[in-house]
Design a protein around this ligand. Structure first.
Ligand code: NAP
Ligand code: ZN
Length: 353
């Protein structure tokens, strides 16, 4: 079995350490990829530390990473979409059954038999669970591999594979565009992509942040307004005025404060995944027929659509590029909401690890 260098955690409280993992030989429909950059999503932190234990317990060793861009190094005999040397992406999904009603509707992320890029039972039997992108290489079925537009800078493109699609999909489904007032809650990796994408779609965008130091950046990223969410007067001034609010917060918080800001029939969509339950005041929903929804990444076709949209509009993430040896320090900063606005690992650094 071929081996690849990777960084893994051995338990919920262990630091990342250099490791070696198995990667399968490409099957007839597989694409082998040399990973160039991998973004660090807050989901990686939730999983590495087993914070989602009740919903998806973490199997150790765990190699996170689902914001992958790289170059094709080998293809199976039946691969038609890609050739050696192509620049490609892999997001949160590496397989699904391709036959269920959701797959037939291009919603592989809702397939009961989907396989996530890491910490999911490995159907190929290469290892007990799938291993993600904190690694020098990965092997993925071509159906789950994406084309990267030529004009996009690669370190800043990696985060589109999760943060990009996770915000694009609900914004599009929510009818976001010219004439709509959209709120983005939490200016982190997802939130800053939400701002850029909602602006590119033509909406009026307000950012809600707990971090006064992010105000100037929010405007630079395209926000029309910035609201400090800990200031009740600033929150009250926005009551009842929003069509759509995208909640990208990673920790427990009061969603009723944001539901109150929606107008009649307005929608608050949760993409943030706090480990603790959130409380909802029924009257806050009833009084203006407000809707509370959730969204999970996006399907493969929609992820390609998002990448092409980003190519056309020149949208990428704002990244801090780090060598993989700085993973543990990066996680400490991510936990403190102190990232401008996504870490992207330069995987060339793993060669010497
Ligand atoms: P991130 O970069 O850490 O950003 C989260 C932001 O939430 C922070 O920057 C901060 O923004 C705000 N925040 C953090 N703690 C807070 C608190 N206690 N109260 C209020 N606001 C707080 O994380 P991310 O990578 O964007 O991910 C965000 C969440 O989305 C995570 O839970 C992740 O697992 C989830 N996620 C879901 C999907 C999906 O498919 N639904 C996909 C990817 C990620 P301010 O400093 O501006 O307040
Ligand atoms: Zn993610």
């Amino acid at each position: 079995m071929p081996q690849a260098k990777a960084y893994s955690v051995a338990s919920a409280t262990s630091p990342f350490e250099s490791d070696t993992i198995p990667r399968r030989e490409p099957t007839a429909t597989d694409v082998a990829i040399e990973i160039l950059y991998c973004g660090i999503c807050h989901s990686d932190l939730h999983q590495a530390r087993d914070e989602w234990h009740d919903a998806m317990p973490t199997v150790y060793p765990c190699v996170p990473g689902h914001e992958i861009v790289g170059k094709v190094t080998a293809i199976g005999s039946e691969v038609t979409k890609f050739k050696v040397g192509d620049t490609v992406g892999v997001g949160c999904l590496v397989d699904s059954d391709h036959t269920c009603p959701n797959c037939k509707n291009n919603l592989e992320q809702l397939c009961p038999n989907m396989v996530l890029t890491y910490n999911f039972p490995d159907r190929h039997g290469t290892a007990p669970v799938t291993y993600g992108g904190y690694s020098e290489s990965i092997v993925v079925d071509e159906k789950m591999v994406l084309r990267i537009p030529d004009n996009l800078e690669l370190s800043a493109t990696a985060p589109l594979l999760c943060a990009g699609i996770t915000t694009y999909s609900p914004l599009k489904r929510g009818g976001v565009g010219p004439g709509k007032k959209v709120g983005v809650v939490g200016l982190g990796g997802l939130g800053h992509m939400g701002v850029k994408l909602a602006k590119a779609m033509g909406a009026h965008v307000a950012v809600f942040t707990t971090s006064p130091s992010k105000s100037d950046d929010a405007k630079r990223l395209g926000a029309d307004e910035v609201v400090l969410s800990k200031d009740p007067a600033q929150m009250d001034a926005q009551a009842g005025t929003f069509d759509f609010i995208l909640d990208c917060v990673s920790a427990k918080h009061d969603i009723n404060a944001y539901l109150n800001l929606l107008g009649a029939d307005g929608e608050l969509c949760l993409v943030g995944a706090p480990s603790e339950p959130l409380e909802v005041n029924a009257f806050t929903l009833l009084m203006a027929r407000r809707k509370l929804s959730g969204s999970l990444i996006g399907g493969i076709a929609e992820t390609q659509e998002m990448l092409d949209f980003c190519g056309q509009h020149n949208v990428t993430a704002d990244v801090e590029v780090i060598p993989i040896q700085q993973l543990n320090a990066a996680y400490e900063r991510l936990e403190k909401s102190d990232v401008k606005y996504r870490f992207s690992i330069d995987m060339a650094s793993i060669k010497g690890a």
